[in-house]
Design a protein around this ligand. Structure first.
Ligand code: ATP
Length: 246
């Protein structure tokens, strides 16, 4: 299986401090991957590099079948190339309905400049309903986003990201602030989404990571410390020392 995303030999320093240090790893085209590691390990910086927010000093980040360099693209081009990022805090339009939030995302995806005067077509209404169903909000499309629970807002934002049909979704700490039931639904959703696209989840909650039941990459000091199943990495003495045993 060839990689969808290939990070090789990437380093980045901030004021002389190496936040990412010769980082290399690959993500497959339909893969669920959890990225864990102690505070300051470089997880956010890794996502910043992949999405074009931070430029590395060294290394290469290659994307897709044609191995295009993401380092030659800006943030908007990377998003259009198929990389979506879900930040920790949900950013939905609280005064708008779930349906309108999703429709806005579909509209923005079509043409970022055509925001005004756009009317949903039957096709986009059907697509909106599909997106709502995909993220478990089929019964909530008429509700204002501001009335949703924290977990439902997170799902709505995932639905909005799906509007642009990303091939890779980067998801930052989805479990934070969710109820147990919401976490369980989120795990199921992420597993389902990863059947047809790559999903990378940065998460501290080990119970959540266990439920994802996927390959885990442990970062430490900007490099891969261990990789494999959760059982494999949690038995690794280095991982125990720097992350689990504290
Ligand atoms: N813009 C910046 N300027 C200076 N230092 C930075 C900058 N961004 C990140 N760092 C430093 O780089 C290191 C890696 O940070 P990063 O946020 O990527 O870690 P993280 O694994 O996401 O941590 P956390 O789990 O706490 O979110 C940290 O020591 C951080 O202080």
């Amino acid at each position: 299986m060839s990689a969808l995303l290939e990070v090789s030999g990437v380093s980045v320093s901030f004021d002389g401090f190496r936040a990412i240090n010769n980082l290399s790893f690959n993500i497959g085209p339909a893969e669920l991957r959890a990225v864990i590691g102690p505070n300051g390990a470089g997880k956010t910086t890794f996502m910043d590099i992949v999405t074009g927010k931070t430029r590395p000093d060294q290394g290469e980040v290659l994307w897709g079948e044609q191995s295009r360099s993401l380092l030659k693209m800006n943030e908007a081009q990377i998003a259009r190339a198929g990389i979506g990022r879900k930040f920790q805090r949900p950013t939905v339009f609280e005064d708008q309905s779930v349906a309108d939030n999703l429709i806005m995302a579909l509209k923005a995806n079509r043409n970022p400049f055509a925001v005004l005067g756009w009317r949903p077509s039957p096709v986009s209404a059907a697509r909106m309903a599909e997106l709502a169903a995909e993220v478990g909000l089929a019964d909530h499309v008429a509700r204002k986003a501001g009335e949703l629970s924290h977990g439902q807002k997170q799902w709505l934002e995932i639905g909005m990201l799906l509007a642009s049909a990303p091939r890779l979704l980067l998801v930052d700490e989805p479990a934070a602030g969710m109820t147990l039931a919401e976490r369980e639904q989120t795990t199921a959703m992420l597993c389902r989404l990863a059947e047809t696209r790559a999903v990378v989840v940065v998460e501290h909650d080990m119970d959540f990571v266990r439920r994802l039941n996927c390959k885990v990459t442990v970062l430490h000091q900007g490099s891969v410390l261990a990789e494999g199943s959760l059982d494999h990495v949690t038995r690794n003495p280095d991982v125990i020392e720097v992350y689990l045993g504290r």
